[in-house]
Ligand binder design. Structure first.
Ligand code: NAD
Length: 361
């Protein structure tokens, strides 16, 4: 009997629909090669959903997403919605809502440097060739969600902007567990990054990670590192890292910095996992409004996001390996503009998809 996987596709704004078209072609190839069937449901998220329904994510779309096995998203946002002061109507609010509703607390962001792209990094080849870091970023708590928050008038005049960094022991333990489990399947090393020197939430983070490590994961090498030092070490000697465990805010910044070590934003996938429900898979990059509609966006981050969905939500690790190998092979010949170098064929979004499909065979 053919296995059917329910996959929700949310192309989103800007280059989202262009890169998602290539994801669909790869899915069709997988159906043929692995004898599975994808029951695909498509929906709107972000600015396009706001234009159509007056909200960046409707309850109906959310319900379909919840009923799927995996959600593959493109990207949201664009300058036409930038001026919106109504935060719950902004494109990003759709993304925050789906993460919150699905309780996606673990954001996995690999920073891998394909050998073919080592020269595209801002660091020298010897520092980045073979780089393979996995960021495990807490996604459902911390300063992006903590209360109180807001902008208030001060009694004597002037205003104050308030956000609250807040973590419970349970939130820390569940994300640390993901990091230790991932490390066991990789290089067996976790760096836990916080600011225990100046923040109580950081101190609690360090204490809870230490306790969990001693109780259940003493076979994994654990190092605590201050988040600012982690930023420096990422630039100085990035290959010392295997898994980096960190909170929502520091993870946002550190993983973006690491992203640039790998050559291009257009190459980087991510996964957001909860406890049991569908995972959300999306490129790290945004909607790239500067190149949207031109057919030149790099679809690789989106295709590698599909590969992560295959591995973490659909139990198709073999297919994930095949897709990643095909991307690596395709890079030996074809390149989109963001990663193009002398000696390679310069292709557009579809051309990159063609090269990956050709490498898949
Ligand atoms: P961006 O990632 O969209 O673009 C940064 C630069 O990288 C641009 O020059 C762009 O052309 C290039 N780039 C990005 N993806 C590419 C790809 N696949 N192929 C080739 N080049 C690519 O970041 P930005 O310009 O800061 O943000 C644009 C919009 O995206 C904003 O509205 C922002 O809020 C939104 N955004 C969304 C997400 C998301 O959906 N998860 C993430 C970040 C930013």
């Amino acid at each position: 009997m053919t296995t059917t996987h329910k996959v929700m596709l949310l192309p989103g704004d800007g280059i989202g629909p262009e890169i998602m078209a290539e994801v669909k072609r790869v899915m069709t190839w997988i159906e043929g090669a692995y004898g599975v069937s994808f029951d695909v449901s498509e929906g709107l998220i972000g600015g396009c959903s706001y234009e159509e329904f007056g909200h960046p994510l409707t309850d109906e779309t959310l319900a379909r997403a919840k009923a799927s096995d995996a959600i593959v998203m493109g990207c949201v946002g664009g300058p036409q919605w930038d001026g919106k002061t109504d935060y719950d109507k902004r494109p990003e609010a759709g993304l925050l809502r789906i993460r919150k509703e699905l309780d996606l607390f673990a954001n996995l962001r690999p920073a891998m440097c394909f050998d073919a792209l080592a020269d595209a990094s801002s660091l020298k080849r010897e520092y980045v060739a073979g780089l393979d870091i996995l960021f495990v970023r807490e996604l459902a708590g911390g300063v992006y969600f903590g209360e109180p928050r807001g902008i208030e008038d001060l009694p004597g005049g002037g205003r104050v902007g308030i956000n609250t960094q807040r973590y419970t022991d349970a939130e820390i333990i569940r994300i640390a567990r993901v990091a230790f489990e991932m490390a066991r399947k990789r290089g067996n090393k976790v760096h836990s990054a916080e600011k225990a020197n100046v923040m109580e939430s950081g101190l609690l983070w360090r204490e809870e990670v230490t306790k969990l490590h001693a109780a259940e994961y003493s076979d994994v090498q654990l190092e605590h590192i201050l988040a600012d030092n982690c930023a420096m070490q990422l630039v100085k000697n990035p290959k010392q890292f295997d898994v980096i465990l960190t909170d929502n805010l520091f993870g946002d910044l550190l993983s973006d910095a690491a992203a640039m070590l790998t050559g291009s934003l257009g190459m980087l996938p991510s996964a957001s996992l909860g406890s049991g429900g569908p995972g959300l898979y999306e490129p790290v990059h945004g909607s790239a409004p500067d190149i949207a509609g031109q057919g030149i966006a790099n679809p690789i981050a989106a295709i590698l996001s599909l590969a992560m969905a295959l591995r973490y939500s659909l139990d198709m690790g073999d297919a994930a390996d095949a897709v990643e190998a095909a991307v690596s092979k395709a890079l030996d010949s074809a390149r989109t503009g963001d990663i193009w170098a002398e000696g390679f064929e310069r292709v557009g979004t579809t051309g990159m998809g063609d090269a990956i499909l050709a490498a898949l065979g």
